[in-house]
Design a protein around this ligand. Structure first.
Ligand SMILES: NC(=O)c1ccc[n+]([C@@H]2O[C@H](COP(=O)([O-])OP(=O)(O)OC[C@H]3O[C@@H](n4cnc5c(N)ncnc54)[C@H](OP(=O)(O)O)[C@@H]3O)[C@@H](O)[C@H]2O)c1
Length: 363
């Protein structure tokens, strides 16, 4: 028996309610989840496999989280989902969960199959919930049929309790009349700082250097990421809308949409004049620009740049905070507002861990 197995023996001597866990993705979020799995909060959660896009490490008897990344780096095993599923089965634990900390559409396309096979799935990856409606329906169906949970807390607002709050309100018979907000940390930061002091492209360069934007900032500026989060929330609120039904008005001019990333970055100053004109027009009315998402009572969904009055909650945001304002039957006079960091590895990993730990709540 090698040192790895010996130090991980508690995985075998499991208690009722213990959970076997496979982690896909060891980037910013996945590696932070590994650190959290090493804390007492995660007692009873046993890591049995870990993978990145090309390699994996499998040990049904348990992998010590603090050693997992180093061992993965040395692992000769190439990617094979069947071996991951076999490790969950071989763990002998009743609760088996696959955590998706990738951004891979291909990985997301397997979530429904894993649920159908009897595994819980916990995901920070929005691709399964926030794309086509048939994919979302397949997930719901698989989860219901197999009685396995789909943990989605990390898909919207990182660690902010947005989806759970919406679910709770609906369970209590409340219904959503409107949902407004700023759902993107990078767009929040950009427009919170766009006050006429610096050209927009200058701010964009800084946001990219700080790691706030995607490597290709058009993913943020085009509104696709915000649209996915709005779709996830709309569906959770009971509106079965499809991706093409969200009106998306991004801020990338047509001429910059189809070119390569490097060329886009070199030509980013072409964003400056049109955005400055909008900013000046808004300022003339005492307003500021914010990139908002909005869902109304009948399920109409829109994301785009809006000029808002200084009294609007989004006008007072700072840093890269997210804001979700839920107007419901019972929060009709004043919306229920959830605000705070909507990105970051620590809080996103914690949202994943919370969904994992919720699996043992029934025991
Ligand atoms: N960072 C945040 O603040 C935040 C907030 C909310 C939600 N999220 C979501 O969380 C997810 C992870 O974000 P991140 O920032 O950690 O991304 P990241 O740093 O780019 O890491 C992605 C990881 O996924 C791995 N991966 C890709 N394809 C895979 C496959 N087929 N099988 C197994 N692993 C695969 C990558 O491996 P390679 O290195 O081999 O490519 C890498 O380890 C994304 O969906 C993101 O949208 C992030």
């Amino acid at each position: 028996m090698n040192a790895l197995i010996k130090s991980a023996l508690p995985a075998v001597a499991s208690a009722r309610g213990d959970i076997a866990l496979v982690l896909l993705g060891v980037g910013g979020v996945g590696r932070t989840l590994l650190a959290q799995l090493a804390t007492p909060a995660a007692q009873g959660v046993h890591l049995v496999a870990i993978a990145d896009s090309t390699r994996q490490l499998v040990n049904a008897r348990g992998i010590v989280p603090a050693q997992a990344r180093r061992l993965l780096g040395d692992s000769p095993q190439s990617r094979d989902d069947n071996a991951l599923l076999a490790a969950l089965d071989a763990s002998g634990l009743a609760e088996r969960v696959i955590v998706d900390a990738t951004a891979s559409a291909e990985v997301a396309s397997r979530h429904a199959d894993w649920l159908a096979r009897g595994c819980h799935v916990v995901s920070a990856n929005k691709a399964a919930l926030g794309e086509r409606l048939d994919g979302w329906n397949r997930l719901r169906h698989a989860s219901r049929q197999s009685r396995r949970r789909y943990g989605d807390a990390a898909t919207v607002g990182a660690g902010l309790p947005v989806l759970s709050t919406l679910l709770r309100l609906r369970q209590c018979g409340d219904s959503l009349l409107a949902l407004d907000g700023v759902f993107s940390g990078s767009l929040s930061w950009l427009f919170n700082h766009f006050d006429g002091g610096r050209p927009f492209s200058d701010l964009l360069r800084e946001a990219r250097e700080r790691g706030y934007t995607e490597p290709d900032p058009r993913v943020d500026l085009g509104g696709a990421d915000v649209a996915r989060k709005l779709l996830i929330l709309a569906r959770a609120a009971g509106h079965a809308i499809d991706a093409h039904e969200v009106v998306v008005e991004g801020v990338v001019p047509e001429a910059l949409r189809e070119i390569g990333v490097d060329e886009f970055l070199a030509r980013a100053s072409e964003l400056d004049a049109p955005l400055e004109a909008l900013r000046v027009a808004a300022a003339r009315d005492g307003q500021v620009l914010r990139f908002l998402a909005r869902l109304d009572e009948s399920g109409r969904a829109r994301v785009g740049l809006v000029a808002v009055a200084p009294t609007h909650p989004a006008a007072r945001l700072s840093g890269n905070d997210n804001l979700f304002a839920l107007t419901t039957q019972r929060y009709r006079e004043q919306p229920l507002v959830i605000q705070g960091p909507g990105a970051g590895a620590e809080v996103t990993a914690q949202a994943l861990l919370g969904d994992v730990l919720a699996l043992r709540a029934a025991h």
